[in-house]
Write a protein that binds this ligand. Structure first.
Ligand SMILES: *Cc1c(COP(=O)(O)O)cnc(C)c1O
Ligand code: SF4
Length: 316
C-alpha cells in the first residue's frame, strides 16, 4: 500500500475511517450464510476471460487484477491479488475480439483490479487497440489510484488515456471519506478534468467509515466543489464474504439519502444503488418521495419532511 495513503491514518484513533479501509480486521474471518465469493455475478456474465457483459451497451474489461492497495471492503476481493493476473495484451485478445464483434456496445469500462496501475506504455497500447473499435463511443476508467496513489496521475498517464482526444473519456474515482481528498488527490482530479475527461465518483456506504450525514455531506460537497467530480453512485455494501462489519442496513442508507436531499446541492447527490447478487444488475434503492397515491392524485414527501398533495392535470 502506498505510504502516502498510510500517512493519512491517525494511529491514535482505533476507529479511524482510513485505517478501517486499509488495515485488515479479525472480523473479516466471519462470514454470514448469504455472503458469496462472487457477490455480483461477474463470473456468471463473463463470455470470455477478462470481460463481463451484463448490460446491452457497456462491458467491463479487466486489464489487470492488481491494485495499488487492497481495500478491506472490496467486493472483488476474491478475484484480485492473484500474481498471475497482471496485464498482458495476450491475455486480453479474446476480450478485445469480443468487444470488436459486439457492435451494440457503446462503452468499455476498464476496471479490475485497477487499470491505472498499468504503465503509461501499457495504457497507451491498450487505448490504441480500443480506439480501433469504432462503435465504442466512450472509454470509462474505474480507478482508486487518484485516492490511494494520486501522484501516479501524471501528465504522461493523462496523455496515454487521452490519445488524440477524439474519443470521450470518463474517469470514475472511488473516494469514501472527505479526508481522502487531500492536496495530492485534488491535483490528480484537476489534471483529469483539465484533459477534458468527465470526472465522476462512486462511493461505498461503509459502517464506521462514512455512515453519518455530516461525513457524506462533506464528502459529496468536497468532491463537487474542490475536485470537480460528480458523485455518481453510492453503493450499498455487497454480499462479499467477510465484510459484514462494514455493512449498514438499507433502511439506514435510505435515511441518510433522505437527509441529504435538499440539504446539499442536487449536483452533490449520488444515486444510492444495490448491485443485485448473481448479476441481475443495479437497482436504485434510494428513499421514495411518493407518500401515497390515488389515481392522478399524489401525495409527496418534501425534502424538509412535510407532505404535499399534488393533482396531475392531463388533457382528457
Ligand atoms: C456497474 C456495472 C456497469 C456500469 O453500469 P452503469 O449503470 O452504466 O454505471 C456495467 N457493467 C457491469 C457488469 C456492472 O456491474
Ligand atoms: S482499488 Fe477497487 S478493486 Fe482494488 S481493492 Fe480497492 S475496491 Fe477493490
Amino acid at each position: 500500500m502506498p505510504q502516502s495513503y498510510l500517512d493519512k491514518i491517525d494511529w491514535q484513533d482505533p476507529d479511524d475511517p482510513i485505517r478501517r479501509q486499509a488495515v485488515p480486521s479479525p472480523l473479516e474471518l466471519e462470514s454470514l450464510p448469504g455472503e458469496r465469493p462472487d457477490p455480483i455475478g461477474d463470473a456468471a456474465h463473463s463470455p470470455v476471460p477478462r470481460l463481463t457483459h451484463r448490460y446491452p451497451t457497456r462491458a467491463l474489461l479487466y486489464p489487470t487484477y492488481v491494485c495499488s492497495m487492497y481495500c478491506r471492503h472490496c467486493f472483488r476481493k476474491e478475484s484480485i491479488n492473484d500474481e498471475a493476473a497482471g496485464f498482458s495484451m495476450a491475455a486480453l485478445e479474446p476480450a478485445l475480439a469480443y468487444l470488436a464483434e459486439h457492435t451494440e456496445l457503446r462503452e468499455v469500462i476498464l476496471t479490475g483490479g485497477d487499470p491505472l496501475t498499468l504503465s503509461d506504455v501499457q495504457l497507451e497500447a491498450l487505448r490504441s487497440r480500443l480506439d480501433a473499435i469504432e462503435h465504442l463511443s466512450l472509454l470509462r476508467v474505474h480507478t482508486r489510484v487518484p485516492v490511494t496513489l494520486p501522484t501516479r496521475v501524471t501528465p504522461g498517464l493523462v496523455a496515454a488515456l487521452r490519445g488524440d482526444g477524439s474519443r470521450m473519456v470518463c474517469v470514475v474515482t472511488h473516494f469514501n471519506h472527505p479526508r481522502e481528498l487531500d492536496d495530492d488527490a485534488l491535483t490528480a482530479c484537476r489534471r483529469l478534468r483539465e484533459a477534458g475527461f468527465m470526472l465522476l465518483n462512486q462511493s461505498v456506504l461503509l459502517r464506521g467509515v462514512n455512515d453519518e450525514v455530516e461525513v457524506l455531506a462533506e464528502l459529496f460537497e468536497k468532491l463537487v466543489y474542490r475536485a470537480g467530480a460528480k458523485p455518481y453512485y453510492l453503493h450499498h455494501c455487497d454480499l462479499t464474504r467477510g465484510v459484514s462489519h462494514f455493512r449498514t442496513s438499507i433502511d439506514r442508507g435510505r435515511e441518510l439519502m433522505a437527509a441529504l436531499r435538499g440539504r446539499i446541492s442536487g449536483l452533490c447527490l449520488p444515486e444510492y444503488v444495490l448491485d443485485l447478487p448473481g448479476g441481475d444488475g443495479k437497482v436504485p434503492i434510494g428513499p421514495s418521495f411518493v407518500h401515497a397515491r390515488d389515481g392522478q392524485r399524489w401525495c409527496f414527501s418534501t425534502w424538509a419532511g412535510g407532505l404535499h398533495h399534488y393533482e396531475e392535470q392531463l388533457r382528457p
